[in-house]
Design a protein. Structure first.
Ligand SMILES: [Zn+2]
Length: 276
């Protein structure tokens, strides 16, 4: 299990690996078989031109993971033989799942650190705390933690064996997926499921069950998956976010999301329960 660390550990002890972040992209080392992994300290130092390790992320077993910011453009001028620069989506399945998640932590935490150098209340420079992941203003004590934006994602099933999937306006491929939306302040997750489903497709649901969750670093989201049963109403899409929604049976599915997403896990789970 990954253990987050907040105070910088002794670099002389144990193994240390580095995630270099440039913009929203990550630099990894690629081996001959095409798989990739986080950089050793020497490689990271060569690419950065300085000591790596701006921010400690934590420890996975005996390996410490650090994040460092590589200035935009530098990844093009340096020697990048045996390395690859890619966004998180393109590195999924290339990095191990464990290191892909760590790379997601790196991009989000470096961005958070960059955007919270100063107190939002009084403008004084913030200081990083060493006992928790937070930045605090020494002048007035205002403390900021990394921001996450929780979103629900829900598969709606019906007693006739079909499930409801929708097509988003922004997708440039003819894909259908489960419905999703951000949690508003003051809502329970169940409130959000009811509201988003009714807003997007006009139906009412009941028997909402928690399914599982997935960090979704594009950016700073946390997806909370649910299964719900159709209760009443005919499909009526909002036309804004969702441009089409239909009831699909297991043997007549449209294009669905790729395996990296909890949307796909929800659909696969539904298919397994349907026995197909
Ligand atoms: Zn302040």
């Amino acid at each position: 299990m990954f253990e987050p660390l907040f105070a910088h550990p002794d670099r002389a002890i144990g193994e240390h690996r580095h995630i270099l972040v440039t913009g929203s992209r990550v630099v990894v080392r690629v081996d001959v078989a095409g798989s990739a992994r986080a950089l050793a300290a020497g490689d990271a130092a060569a690419l950065l031109g300085r000591e790596p390790g701006d921010l400690i992320l934590g420890r996975l077993d005996d390996v410490h993971y650090w994040a460092s910011r590589l200035p935009d453009g530098q990844e093009k001028s340096g020697s990048l033989e045996d390395h690859r620069v890619g966004d998180l989506r393109s590195l999924h399945g290339v990095l191990s799942d464990a290191e892909w998640n760590i790379a997601g932590r790196a991009t989000q935490l470096l961005e958070w650190q960059r955007d919270h150098q100063f107190c939002g209340r009084c403008g004084a420079p913030n200081e990083a705390l060493s006992d928790t992941r937070a930045m605090r203003c020494p002048a007035d004590g205002t403390t900021v933690f990394p921001r996450l934006s929780p979103a629900v994602i829900v598969l709606i099933e019906r007693s006739d064996g079909r499930c409801l999937l929708g097509r988003n306006r922004g997708w440039d491929i003819p894909m259908y997926s489960t419905l999703a939306g951000f949690v508003e302040p003051g809502e329970t997750l169940e409130d959000t499921v009811h509201r988003e489903v009714f807003e997007e497709v006009g139906v009412r649901v009941g028997n909402i069950r928690y399914f599982g969750s997935q960090p979704w670093p594009f950016p700073n989201s946390l997806m909370l998956g649910f299964v719900a049963e159709w209760a009443e109403g005919e499909i009526s899409v909002d036309g804004e976010e969702v441009i089409d929604a239909q009831w699909f049976s297991p043997d007549d599915l449209p294009m669905i999301p790729p395996p990296m997403s909890i949307a796909r896990e929800l659909i696969d789970d539904w298919l397994a329960r349907a026995g197909s």
